[in-house]
Design a protein around this ligand. Sequence first.
Ligand code: NAD
Length: 357
Amino acid sequence: MSTFGELAKLGHEQVVYCRDDSVGLRAIIAIHSTALGPALGGTRLYNYASEADALHDVLRLSRGMTYKAAVAGLDLGGGKAVIWGDPNTIKSEALFRSYGRFVDSLGGRYITAEDMNTTVEDMNFINRETKWVTGHSTYSGGSGDPSPVTAWGVYHGIRACLEVVYGGPDVQGRTIAIQGVGSVGYHLARFLHESGAKLLFNDISDRRLACVLEEFGGTVLGDDDYWSAECDVLAPCAIGGVVNARTIPLIRAPIVAGSANNQLANEVEDGEALERAGITYAPDYVINAGGLINVDSELQHTPREKSMQDAANIFTTLKAIINKAKSGGITTTQAGNRLAEERIEAVAHLRRFHLNR
Ligand code: NAD
C-alpha cells in the first residue's frame, strides 16, 4: 500500500520524516488528529527491523492517542513520534536537541513527551529547543511522576467495574490480583489496601514483591496461577499482550481492569472472547488515561489535585462505556471507540463557528 493509502486508512492528518545525519537522527512524527486540540503523544526510541515497521508503529500509536484523549475529555488530539535507532548507542544531547528543533518546526501542532526508552533527561534536552514538550523535570515546570495519577484512575475504574458486576463499587473485602507492582501497580496496591481490599501479586521482580508484601500484606502467585486466581478483579499492570488466546480460558475473575497498555494481544478477537466468557474488560486506554491527564495538567498549569479529580472521573466514563457495550451488544473497546468518535465529531463541529479570540 502507498504511504498516502496507509494514512487514509487510519485517518492521519500529517506525517513528518526528520533526518539529521550529523547526529544520527531518523525520526517520524505522526499527527493523527488535531480535531480536539494539539496532537500529544510520546517519543518512542526503538531499533525497528525496518522503516516500514517504524512507520506502522507510529501510525498505530498516534491513532490510539486520539482515542485516549477524546475519551478522557481532554482538549488534545492524537500524535506520536518514533526515533529509529539503538537506545544503547544512539542517545546524545545533540540528537535530542536536533529532534527538538523538528518538533518546534510544527509550531505546537505536535507536543511530545516520554515513551519507551526516552527519559526526563531526554525531554530536558528537547525542551532546550522547543516549548512543545511535556514530562520534563519538575524544576523546569514539568508535572513529575504520573504513576500516582494513573493508579488513582485505575482504582476508580476498578470501582466502576465492581459496580456494574456486583451492584456496588466498594472494594472493601474484594480480592484483587495485581500483575506488575512497579510504578503504577505499587500505588494501585496502596489505594486498594487503604480501602480494605485483599491483594494477590504477580511480578518477575522478587525485590518489588518483597516491598509490597511488607507494606500491604497479601499473597504472591506464579504466572499461570495469576490468570486462574479465584478473585474479583485481575489488574494487569505490567506488560502488553497478556490477555490472549492462552490466558483467557484460564480466567475465573469476572473483571479484568489494569493499567498495562495494549493488554489484549488481539483487540477484536480477544475482546470478543472476553465478552463471550462473561468477563467485563476495562479498555486499557480508558482506565489508564491518568498519565495523559497528568501531562495535560502540565500544559494547563493546573495543580495535581485537579488531575486526581479528573482521574477519579474515569469511574463515570468507564461505567458509561460498559453500559453502552451491554446495550449495544458490542465489546467495551468498541464502545469506548464509539464514545471517542462521537465526542470528536460533536466538538470538531463547534469549529465551524469562528470566534475571534
Ligand atoms: P514499571 O516498569 O514501573 O513496572 C512494571 C512492573 O511489571 C515491574 O515491577 C516489572 O518487574 C513487572 N513485570 C514486567 N514484566 C512482567 C511479567 N512478564 N510478568 C509480571 N510482572 C512483570 O511500569 P509502570 O510505569 O508501572 O507501567 C506499567 C504498565 O502501565 C505499562 O504497560 C505502562 O505502559 C502502563 N501505563 C503506565 C502509565 C504510568 O503513568 N506509568 C500510564 C499509562 C499506562
